[in-house]
Design a protein around this ligand. Sequence first.
Ligand code: 9GP
Length: 836
Amino acid sequence: PRWLPPPETLHLWKEFETPEPAEIKAIQKSFLRHVTKTFARTAFNMDNFGSYQGTAYSLRDRLIDKWNITQQHHTREDPKRVYYLSLEFLLGRSLDSCLLSLGVKDIYKKALDELGFRLEDLIGEEVDAALGNGGLGRLAACYMDSLATLDYPAWGYGIRYNYGIFKQLIVDGYQTEFPDYWLNFGNPWEIERLDVSYEVRFRGYVNKVTEEDGTISYVWEGGEKVVAVAYDVPIPGYGTMNTINIRLWSAKPAREFDFAMFNDGNYEKAVEEQKSAENITSVLYPNDNHMVGKILRLKQQYFFVCATLQDAIRRFKKTNRPWSDFPYQVSIQLNDTHPTLGIPELQRILIDEEGLSWDDAWDIVTKTFSFTNHTVLPEALERWAVPLIQDLLPRHMMIIFDINLFFLQKVEKKFPGDRDRLRRMSIIEEGHPQNVRMAFLAIVGSHTVNGVAALHSNLIKNDIFPDFVEFYEGNKFTNVTNGITPRRWLHQCNPALSDFITQKLGSDSWVKDLEQLKKLKEFADDAAVQKQWMAIKRQNKVRLADYIHSITSIQVSPDSLFDIQVKRIHEYKRQFMNILGVIHRYLRLKKLTPEQRAKEVPRLVVFAGKSAPGYFIAKLVIKLINSVGEVVNNDPEIGDILKVVFIPNYNVSLAEIIIPASDISQHISTAGTEASGTSNMKFVLNGGIILGTVDGANIEIGEEIGEDNIFFFGVKADEVEDIRHLNRYRKIEMDPDLRNVLDAIERGTFGDPKIFEPLVATLTVGGDYYLISKDFASYIEAQADSDEAYKDKVGWAKKSILCTAGMSKFSSDRSINEYAERIWKIKPCTVPATLN
Ligand code: 9GP
């Protein structure tokens, strides 16, 4: 039985829980010091932004204290560290999450209240750090939170882009892009480290040197150099001293100014050179699941791995260990193929600069790196033209050729005479020009390769890299199902539900141990709990409805079923099918009598997400959604029975408002195309029900929460290839309901049909690659099932509770523990709590 405090002792607890006035005073003092001294403002020259800055800087002081203690402890203990290399970290806002991690939110709130500021208003002043596109970048951010919380000695490494993902505005129904000036108002969450910088070389030539004893070595010389300067972003663990670091590199010119050129009167050229260095880290490439072969992107990739390896090696060398210890002290995780150049770069450093033999060096390299693949889409798998690499990184190209040669020799030895296999497995793809297959290089240079959900890891093994599985006899390949941090994605974004769960479980320890959510199952049939649970959901829906109104002027009813699809706009994610389903619903509703209509479940369909700027078809999907919304939302016969809203500029802080408000969320990728998905996990953790395909992590979520609590539909992954094959060779049989929907578009029901012709053509003449027609009937059926289920309020509340209760597995803490134990072989290095 749970211990309960005797009522007469409660005042003692209360007194103890109330923060010491001195503590409040200390916060106010540090706040005012920063406001007046750091930002030179006064009581008569203040606004919410000024108080956000003061609060952030005061919190930053605490973060830096903890960070310093952590670093000193790690230096003393010298544990094996993991380095998580990622071109994207989608951190979102930091103020709220830092307040929670440090356990000081309530006391800060009080301190600010007394000064006349509302913490909620300040939180809204912060600009998102949006250094990522979508799932891959947000996953990196969740993993940093878990690494810190679980006390692992870890570093994140990436690029400090001056411009993060573009801002999306909707103009006349179309996406338009604006630069994201996120650094314009300063960034309290980073520390500029002018003392930590490294040179990075590009181009030049390779000198072959023959020593007196006949040995040959290579020296990479000449070319141009830029400097990588470190910016550190401290990441505090939740309720622990451990505060790790994301080190983001910014490019600066190697020499401040070319005075010779300047004096020659060539001022502009001198400035130009400076600019070209800074360009390297200027902008994040806005493509999700799609590679663009731009030289600047290749420069970004090398720039960041080169600086990172120098930093990791400097840290390693401080301990005076032999090189053979390196893989036992350092583990490097490649987040997708983007940092793969780290493999030839470490090999280059070891043989050219440290004088190790090829074999000794390669042994170290392959024991150090591991690689996560995040996609099976062919257009996302990176290939770089050999001439491009040769020009930019001549020595690396030589090394890649050698890695390939030695690798293919081993393949030949194992499968003698199998030329076709050699062609298939070669890191160098033949053609004009030749290409480097980065995934192959990553596989060959890593000890472990993982996919991000069970189905995806199987597809990698069976469909994408089967030759490699055979060659390595299955030993390299494994699965680590993705996870999300429950700190941000429940505790922070849904405070009412978080408090309620804490109250029901009798403690808040679930925030660090999601296994405990399982105990919520006991309450699934409890009428009082159901009532409170759904009341919280409604509050969150009101919050979203208010937001929608403030941004789009569209009034939506919180009593409708909130059906949400938010993610990058991509053909494989099938937002197109969703809006076609909405049209189908609209046409059906129009045929009903007002009495019949009144019996329908009112539904709000929400979309949000960015399209890559050059992705024509995805941009047309956005236009169609807005055009349909225009008609449906203004149809007086329809009213609240159906509303369609596209919320512009989807980002992390918007997700924090949207996700807690969903009744249903859609994850409807063609089976076998979504590697995992992570927003599916966020929605279900917040008691939302998935309507989705048997794809990615949906499958494992279904296993955990029970198939009664998820609306599955559509073909299975192993059927897709056969259907595509048939689609190619015979006329596609269009689903009749879908035909009706397309007819309505073609009749001009949603504006000029000419606009949508290329989009409709993807289903007709285009061969319907993503099988919308095949899945349409079962999609509509699943939607109808969800309407029926929603009518049963008690049944729905039960489903919703069981959803949250079943999500223990999807904590990023579980994922990170798996990586740490099975792949990185690192252990927690707990920092003694000398500060609180
Ligand atoms: O598309 C995948 C998504 O399914 C997954 O959840 C995410 C994190 O693992 O990675 C995405 N992949 C990419 O963004 C590009 O490889």
